[in-house]
Design a protein around this ligand. Structure first.
Ligand code: TXA
Ligand code: MG
Length: 335
């Protein structure tokens, strides 16, 4: 990506196997300040050298993302994370319990933090995560610096859970995607802010609220509107309309209307299948982890069928259901 983000100068996006050669090429591109999409256990990330403001600017340009929205800095391990941010006892307990894994911790910046101001959107906190994916971890250790990475989709679109999704969204706008197959978790990381004595859930995700609370030994607070009105900056990614397919989305469907496709869960709407324009089940067995892994891919497939509306069966809010319902309510938000 050139620093001004001119997409028309880009060659066709290179999809490389995540073997030794692919990893070496990815590392070289990062060193040159260029963009590389790579697999994590949640979704594919669009990575750049987090310490290089120009490289980070290219991420915002490729995604078409508002520049005030801060990015997660991915690192290889807890030691690397502690060089960037200040870990309270709560933050440390969560990191030790869930890293590598789908948890992002927002902590105060440390004195030796090298994550660029732009990646942090000028905040005095930094979002850190150690992803649980062999390709991501190999790339992070080889590169040796934090990698800023939002999900590798155009801003506002459904997140990518395989390399082909990245190609569909970003072909012509970035240099390469490392192909590590389909992602295991399928929804983004849970984000917890540990900025004071009260850990707060900023975004539900791949680690359930219950699992976090079991480690903390107390309930997790929700993100609260700040008295100075800075809530929009505390969790700016929680925009109402987000993760949006082109089709309209109708939640909690118990019936079928004309020209609708069905996105089912646990075969609740399977009897309506013959009348539906298209039908997919997130998990016929009603398994929430399987549903999370299928969520974005199924939304993309139903969207590609060209239907006007996707009717979605109710999904229980327990465990990973909180993250699934969070993403679905954004997909359904007016836009
Ligand atoms: O699973 C994931 O988290 C994926 C993979 C690629 O790691 N990444 C991802 O990044 O979902 P993104 O950019 O789509 O979401 C990052 C979220 C945004 O909502 C952003 O506002 C929030 O993290 N964030 C980042 N830094 C923050 C900070 N200092 N304070 C509060 N929120 C922050
Ligand atoms: Mg995203």
């Amino acid at each position: 990506m050139d620093p001004l983000g001119q997409p028309e100068t880009k060659p066709v996006l290179n999809k490389l196997r995540a073997d030794a050669d692919g990893l070496a090429a990815a590392r070289r591109l990062l060193t040159e300040g260029r963009l590389v999409a790579f697999p994590t256990e949640t979704v594919y990330g669009l990575g750049a050298d987090a310490t290089d403001g120009r490289a980070v600017a290219a991420i915002y340009a490729a995604k078409g993302r508002p520049a005030f929205n801060p990015l997660i800095a991915h690192v290889a391990d807890l030691t690397a994370a502690q060089r960037q941010g200040v870990f309270s006892a709560d933050a440390l307990a969560l990191a030790q319990a869930f890293w590598p894994g789908p948890l992002t911790l927002v902590v105060p910046v440390g004195p030796a933090c090298t994550v660029s101001e732009l990646a942090r959107a000028g905040l005095s906190s930094v979002a850190l995560r150690v992803p649980d994916h062999p390709v991501a971890l190999a790339l992070l250790s080889a590169f040796g610096k934090p990698v800023a990475a939002p999900s590798a989709n155009r801003s506002g679109r459904v997140s990518p859970t395989c390399a082909q999704h990245v190609v569909e969204d970003l072909n012509g706008r970035i240099d390469m995607v490392l192909d590590g197959g389909a992602t295991r978790v399928g929804v983004e990381s849970t984000i917890v802010a540990a900025l004071d004595g009260t850990p707060r859930l900023l975004r539900p995700g791949g680690i359930s609220r219950a699992a976090l609370e079991a480690v903390l030994g107390r309930p997790l607070a929700d993100a609260e509107p700040e008295t100075d009105g800075s809530q929009a900056r505390l969790a700016p990614g929680r925009l109402a309309s987000h993760y949006a397919p082109a089709a309209r989305v109708r939640l909690g469907a118990a019936d079928l209307r004309p020209d609708e496709a069905i996105l089912d869960f646990g075969e609740q709407l399977v009897n309506l299948r013959p009348q539906a324009k298209a039908y997919l089940d997130l998990s016929a067995a009603g398994d929430l982890a399987e549903a999370a892994a299928n969520l974005f891919g199924h939304l993309r497939r139903l969207d590609a069928s060209g239907v006007a509306t996707i009717a979605i069966a109710p999904i229980p809010n327990a465990g990973l259901g909180e993250a699934i319902n969070d993403r679905l309510s954004r997909a359904a938000a007016p836009r």
